[in-house]
Design a protein around this ligand. Structure first.
Ligand SMILES: Nc1ncnc2c1ncn2[C@@H]1O[C@H](COP(=O)(O)OP(=O)(O)OP(=O)(O)O)[C@@H](O)[C@H]1O
Ligand SMILES: [Mg+2]
Length: 286
């Protein structure tokens, strides 16, 4: 059995699973809104969207956390310039790293040795590592938690979604290319299968705006995010152009554009999507 519900579990396994799920419920009990950023396809900008949205919510006054649950490519710490930090330990719990502007971050990157060699996991190790990462971090009070998910619709993102109780929204990131869209369709299907019905779509790298002449160039053909969202019956949250500023900020200066240049067009575009998410999905009473 792929997902651990087999009849061949020992009593001990069953007990461990139960303890883990109690831990998760306890650790995530004081998180008001939980938002997962995902996509069927790799490299479409999930982590970029995740860190900039988190930064936007932080600027809007929410106590914000990022859970980087991508165990193969945990990029969030680098994008936030906190790669060298190590996670704290208190009793048998992990304590998230805090950024200089008060965001809490947990990532597999803090738990593995950074000698540059790739981690090679076997199947059960992967889901085991994800489960452990989710069940061992003590968060305290958080208003908004953004999960940066691994790509795809395989065991890893599935494990993540299955483990998060009461997810408030799933944000799908796509590019206008049809291969990315096909993968998002699968991802939406997986998400619905888990009874998560608040799903929003962000079209990333919609077009490239020439910094010199303001001409708009469609990198992957015409933008069709709105129609695509409608066809899948999900909310359309908006598009983000490809801006060299965005990748430069993350790759070179290790700070999300929303934090580095909050007044820039690029930052405002992320802020706008954060506000869409707020108005559509943050609906709990105080
Ligand atoms: N709107 C954008 N403008 C410019 N560059 C972007 C934009 N979105 C993403 N990028 C760049 O594209 C690259 C891939 O982005 P990112 O790492 O966020 O993708 P991902 O979907 O998280 O990838 P993975 O599937 O590997 O986790 C990065 O170099 C990032 O800086
Ligand atoms: Mg990523």
């Amino acid at each position: 059995m792929a997902h651990g519900h087999g009849a061949d579990l020992s009593d001990e396994d069953r007990k461990a699973m139960m303890e883990q799920s109690i831990n998760i419920t306890r650790n995530l009990a004081n998180i008001k809104y939980k938002v997962a950023v995902m996509s069927g396809k790799g490299g479409v900008g999930k982590s970029t969207v995740a860190v900039n949205l988190a930064q936007a919510f932080n600027a809007m006054g929410y106590k914000t956390a990022i859970y980087d649950v991508d165990i193969h490519g945990p990029n969030v710490p680098k994008m936030l310039g906190i790669e060298g930090e190590s996670i704290g330990v208190k009793g048998n719990k992990l304590v998230p790293v805090e950024t200089d502007d008060g965001m809490l971050v947990a990532s597999m990157a803090f738990l593995i040795e950074s000698n540059g060699s790739p981690i090679i996991w076997r199947g059960p190790q992967k889901t085991g590592a994800i489960k452990q990462l989710i069940s061992d971090v003590a968060w305290g009070n958080v208003d908004v938690m953004i999960f940066d998910n691994p790509p795809g619709t395989g065991d890893e993102p599935l494990t993540v979604l299955q483990m998060i109780p009461n997810l408030d929204a799933a944000i799908m990131v796509t590019t206008p290319s049809s291969v990315s869209e096909e993968d998002v369709v699968k991802c939406v299907g997986m998400t619905r299968m888990l009874n998560i019905d608040r799903i929003g779509l962000v079209e990333n790298m919609s077009y490239f705006e020439c910094p010199n002449c303001d001409e708009k160039i469609n990198l992957f053909g015409d933008s069709k995010g709105q129609d695509f969202a409608k066809a899948m019956d999900v909310d359309y949250l908006g598009d983000l152009p490809f801006r060299t500023q965005v990748s430069e900020s993350a790759d070179k200066y290790e700070v999300p554009i929303v934090k580095a240049k909050p007044d820039s067009k690029a930052a405002q575009e992320f802020m706008k999507i954060a506000k869409e998410i707020e108005s559509k999905y943050f609906t709990k009473d105080e």
